[in-house]
Design a protein around this ligand. Structure first.
Ligand code: ADP
Ligand code: TRP
Length: 357
């Protein structure tokens, strides 16, 4: 009996180049599961439009991410690699699913609140008096400061990405779990409303072990595009070394076995992701006996990061130079993605009463 592989799907918004956080938190894991699952990885360019509407930048970013996916080891022979906007069925289903989504539940989504506040130039949620005041700001916003409707319906579009492929496992970061919860809710609601069993309810992909959080080099928090603290997979060696050497540290351990400050603990986290266990151990020892020199640690860290990123950077350059190859990968990916998308959409249209005469 042939065993059906579980359908895994994940996407990254095309808002910039991929960084070490994306690599260790997502991409490297995607690469590792390609043999065992029916894998679907895409570039969420329609989602990127909600915050980054510059046409030239969008096009370049889509191409870069596809090249970075491939360079990091996503294999078009094993996984379906595609661009969201190449699957027009997604846009149609987004319209249909929106009929079953409440504006209230969308407005209560954490990512919407954050992004809407940013669009309106407001402070963080904590500085803001009340929900009511926030809603008034949105409704009363001048058109030059509007909160676009795409931002509000972002979770609908993400749910469609997942449900249209009937994916059951969705590897995402913690910040996306609320969107996944909404996806389950929308799936359940649709199934119940029409008395059908069309959509499976997807769950987060459990890779086992503690989730990876790649810290930034600026002392606190995580590495992220909007934090401006990223080491990119395509950073040139010189620039990369400079970033690492500039990483925030402290005045050094003042007594044996002192606890680590956050910036130093962050450097060790990066070292753990990139360096051999003996190397990490030896720096831990020198920290414990106060003989550590942060400069040495940073030099080692920079070289160990480069050992990982250099082959990727070189492959990215080769792939970017080969437009025909990229076009071929995304065309084949779109064909495969559209096949399942078209089938789901057709079932959905029928269920909803949109039928041919
Ligand atoms: P960014 O925060 O830079 O905008 P995204 O939100 O587009 O990155 O993240 C895409 C994927 O990369 C998600 O699965 C997310 O969990 C992962 N990721 C991003 N930053 C990190 C990080 N610092 N550590 C671990 N994983 C991360
Ligand atoms: N919203 C996700 C993010 O910002 C990207 C995304 C869009 C996605 N559609 C998806 C992730 C479907 C997983 C599945 O990271």
């Amino acid at each position: 009996m042939s065993e059906k592989k579980e359908i895994v799907l994940s996407g990254i918004r095309s808002t910039g180049n991929l960084h070490l956080g994306n690599y260790f938190g997502a991409l490297r894991k995607f690469v590792a599961i390609q043999d065992n699952y029916d894998c679907n990885f895409f570039v969420a360019d329609l989602h990127a439009l909600t915050t980054s509407p510059d046409p030239e930048a969008l096009h370049a970013n889509v191409k870069n991410i596809i090249a970075e996916y491939l360079a990091a080891g996503l294999d078009p022979e094993k996984s379906t690699i595609f661009i969201q906007s190449d699957v027009p069925e997604i846009s149609e289903m987004y319209l249909l699913l929106n009929m079953h989504v409440g504006i209230g539940e969308l407005m209560r989504t954490a990512s919407f609140k954050d992004k809407a506040r940013k669009a309106l130039g407001l402070g963080s949620a904590a500085d803001n008096e009340s929900e009511e005041a926030f809603e008034k700001e949105i409704i009363g916003a001048e058109t030059n400061k509007r909160v676009n409707a795409g931002l509000l319906t972002y979770p609908t579009l993400m749910a469609v990405d997942i449900l249209i492929q009937k994916a059951t496992k969705v590897p995402v970061g913690k910040d996306q779990l609320q969107h996944l919860e909404l996806t389950r809710r929308f799936a359940r609601r649709f199934n119940n409303f029409y008395g059908v069993d069309l959509f499976p309810e997807p769950t987060d992909f459990d890779f086992g072990g503690a989730p990876v959080k790649v810290p930034g080099l600026d002392g606190s928090g995580k590495m992220g595009k909007s934090e401006g603290n990223c080491i990119y997979l395509i950073d040139e060696p010189k620039a990369l070394r400079k970033k690492v050497m500039r990483a925030v540290t402290d005045e050094g351990p003042q007594a044996p076995d002192s606890p680590m400050s956050e910036p130093v603990a962050n450097l060790f986290s990066l070292l753990e992701l990139t360096s051999a266990p003996e190397v990490v151990e030896s720096f831990r020892k020198s920290y414990a006996d106060c003989s550590i020199r942060y400069g040495d640690l940073k030099k080692q860290l920079a070289e160990d990061i480069l050992a990982i990123t250099t082959p990727i950077r070189e492959r990215v350059a080769d792939i970017l130079a080969d437009d025909a190859y990229i076009a071929n990968v995304v065309r084949r990916g779109a064909e495969k993605a559209r096949e399942r998308a078209a089938a789901t959409l057709s079932e959905m249209r029928h269920i909803m009463g949109i039928r041919k005469f």
